[in-house]
Structures are given as C-alpha cells and as structure tokens.
Design a binder for this molecule. Structure first.
Ligand code: BGC
Length: 431
C-alpha cells in the first residue's frame, strides 16, 4: 500500500500558518486580552485571577509541593533559601494511570480515589511523619476559579481527564480531606496555583524581567503579570487559559479530533498545539493517508513523533520500523520522508500558533510604549524535547516582532511547577 500523495499535499497546505495569519492571531489574542480585562464573558480567554504577584526573592522555609496536572503526579519537599536558591529534599512521582492496573483519571474514577492516591504520595515524602507542621503549595493545572490564593474551584477538566466529583469543587478541600483520611493533619494546603503561574513564580524567583510564564507539554497555556496600571488594583498574575483561545480556523483534521474528544468545542488552541493532541492529530492524518480513516488510532504519541523527527538513519529505517509496527504498512524511503515532513508540519504549526499568542501578550503589555526587554519562561516536554519547537518559536517571534526581536527570548524553566508551588506556599504566609 502506498501513501496518498495528493492528500499529503493538501494536509501540508491545511497545516501551514503563514506570517500574515500569525499577525492576525496575535492581534486577535491581544483583542481578547483587552476585552477579557473588562469582562471575561466578552473574551475566549478565561483570564483567571491567581491572587498572587511575583516573589521578591526573600521567600524562605521548607514546604511541600504537589504538582498535579498531567499523567504523572509529583510530590516534593522543597527548601527555599532566598536569593533564588533552593533545594529539593525529597521527591515522589507516580502516574495517575497504569494500563490494566489502576486509573484515577478515567470516567469511572472518583475524586476520593484520586486525592487519596495523592495524599499517599505526600505521606511517602514526609516519611510518614504525622507531627511536623508543613504548609503545602499545590500546582493544579486545570482551569480553576479562585476567590483567594488557597481557594480554587475546578471549572472544567481538560487534557481528557474525566474523574467524577472534581468539577465544581474546591480542589484544596478535596486534598485536605484526603490528607486527614491519611492521618496527615499536620499538612496544611496553603496555596493553589496553575502550572503556568508556578513557572512564572519560579522564574521570577531566580531571574528578573520575566512577566510571562507558559506550559508547553501535555497541555498548553500561558499566564502573565497584569500590572493593572490604570486601576487601583495591585499587580496580579492572570492565568489566561490560552489553550481555550477560539479565534483560530481549525483544519478538517482539527474538527475530526475535536468531535471525538472528551470535551468537544473546548480548548481549540490546545488541541492544535499540545503534546496530548499532536500525536492524535498525527494518527488521524496517517489514517487519511493510508485510506484507513475508520482505524483512527494507530497509537502514535508526540514521543513517537519526536523519534521520527530525530531519525537520522540514511534510509530512515527507524521511521519505517516505527510506522510498520504501529500501522502494519511497510513504507518506502521516499514515503518515510513524507511521514517525517508531516510530523514536522504539525510541530511547526504548533510553535507558530503558540508564538503568536506570546506576541499578543507582549503587545498588550507594551501598550503604546516600546516593547520592554524580557524573558518568557516556558516549561514542558514539548518545549524541552520536541525537535524543531524552540527554533520555530524564535523564528515566528522574529517574524512578528521584527526590529524588537532582540528584546525577547524564551528559556526553559525546568521543574517550575514544583518550585513555584513552594514559593506560593511561602507567599501565602505574607498575605
Ligand atoms: C489546562 C491549563 C494548564 C495547561 C498546561 C491545560 O489543559 O487547562 O490549566 O495550564 O493544560 O498544563
């Protein structure tokens, strides 16, 4: 069987984001930001308040940090030493789902089961010490409505999570109850933040001139420090939930993916950019190229896409073997090269869309003033590990920022979710 070359060319075209389109997206994103500041109902961005601004670097002490937002949940003990210094004094990480063994994120699981599992990990990290008092910072990476730094109600699950009894609930109440069931009455949840906020806090603890934090991983989202320059309100980080940005034209493949997802109609940008969905889009595309649309899922993930993109064997033997193992089709070298180009096209599209949203924020922050020199802190496996992402982000930023390009760079804020949670717990003491 050979690949449908005509459909391949169409797909390449459908997945192209040119400079004009990026400019439009950046302008629309900025418009939604402005509208959202007046009234989030007028915007496709949720603009969620975090009730925290940037740390000043003087935060110190030992805190527990829960990082809950992807397939792995991580709990750590973090000591903040001030001046950007910190140490991780203990860490446990476990997946929330192991095929055939347990699943705390599927529709048959409950909030109690999920939070009991997390409380068990906290117990491991404190070595079953039920005496020493700890403040706990919780990085909870889903759209949540906050009333203060410690009170966040999950609005809606994303990233295909479906556990019952969490949407509409205050997540730190669920965590606290589970900690009590575990006998951990000495552990007190004190702050709950989005992972983008955690990344920005962690970055700002160590590096000045950072006002934008982003996650580019299973999910995709960005936050920024809103100065509220023309209001009496103090500066505050706003979690944009930019993965929900809607002013994008989805390709037929995006529509197909959305129709089959847990939450159709939600998270348009995220479904076009994040690691959770890139692999699925790639599956759908290959299904079309093989004329096997009904199969829909060969099981390719974004990690497989990385492996294909990293294949430097002269005859693309690794790609051929991977594609054959998943689809049962033996490809020629020429066809493997097309598969590689297709994978790259998804990655480049993703990076160009994300860059456009960064520029929308940069323009909004600058207003009528010149763009400030700044760093954008990014964490996540797609940014860190996926070939072509960083250079395409930078290329896209320079196409949009032109002579201001040198003022802006992106950098990897590794492990930001954990450090940020500890910083937020420390900042709760000052509030
Ligand atoms: C969530 C965001 C989160 C992002 C990255 C999205 O699905 O809605 O809250 O920041 O994933 O983890």
């Amino acid at each position: 069987m050979s690949l449908n070359k005509k459909r391949f060319e169409e797909l390449m075209e459908e997945l192209t984001v040119d400079t004009d389109t990026m400019n439009e997206i950046a302008a629309d994103f900025r418009y939604d930001l402005r509208k959202g500041l007046q009234n989030p109902d007028l915007s496709s961005l949720r603009m969620l308040k975090s009730y925290v601004a940037l740390p000043d670097g003087s935060e110190t002490g030992t805190f527990l940090a829960v990082d809950f937002g992807g397939t792995n949940v991580r709990v750590s003990k973090v000591t903040l030493k001030g001046n950007g210094e910190f140490s991780i004094d203990g860490k446990v990480a476990k997946p929330l789902k192991v095929d055939g063994i347990y699943d705390f994120i599927g529709p048959d699981s409950t909030a109690e089961q999920m939070f009991d599992f997390i409380a068990g990990l906290v117990d491991e990290v404190v070595g079953e010490d039920h005496e020493t008092p700890y403040l706990l910072g919780h990085t909870f990476s889903f759209p949540s409505e906050q009333t203060d730094l410690n009170n966040a109600k999950l609005i809606i699950w994303t990233k295909e999570f479906a556990t019952k009894g969490v949407e509409g609930h205050v997540v730190n109440d669920l965590l606290q109850e589970a900690l009590v069931r575990q006998g951990l009455t000495n552990v007190h949840p004190a702050a709950v933040i989005n992972d983008t906020v955690a990344v920005l806090l962690a970055a700002a603890y160590q590096q000045p001139d950072t006002y934008i934090g982003s996650i580019y991983a299973t999910g995709q989202n960005t936050c920024y420090l809103e100065p509220f320059a023309d209001r009496a309100d103090p500066a505050m980080i706003l979690n944009l939930e930019s993965g929900g940005f809607m002013k994008l034209v989805p390709s037929p493949l995006d529509v197909k993916l959305d129709d089959a997802s847990e939450k159709p109609g939600e998270q348009r940008l995220e479904k076009m950019t994040s690691g959770r969905y890139m692999g699925e889009l790639f599956n759908l595309a290959l299904g079309e190229l093989f004329g096997e649309e009904e199969k829909c899922n060969y099981g390719f993930t974004s990690v497989d896409m990385s492996a294909i993109l990293e294949d430097e064997t002269p005859d693309l033997a690794k790609t051929a073997a991977l594609v054959e193992s998943k689809t049962g089709h033996a490809l020629t070298q020429e066809e493997c090269a097309l598969v590689q180009r297709l994978a790259k096209q998804f990655v480049v599209r993703s990076a160009r869309l994300v860059a456009s949203t960064f520029v929308g924020i940069i323009w909004q922050l600058a207003g009528r003033e010149p763009i400030a020199k700044q760093h954008i802190a990014v964490d996540g496996s797609v940014y860190e590990k996926m070939p072509y992402v960083k250079e395409n982000l930078m290329r896209a930023l320079s196409e949009l920022l032109k002579e201001d390009t040198d003022k802006v760079d992106t950098f990897l804020q590794n492990g930001g979710s954990c450090l940020g949670a500890a910083i937020a717990a420390a900042m709760s003491e000052k509030n």
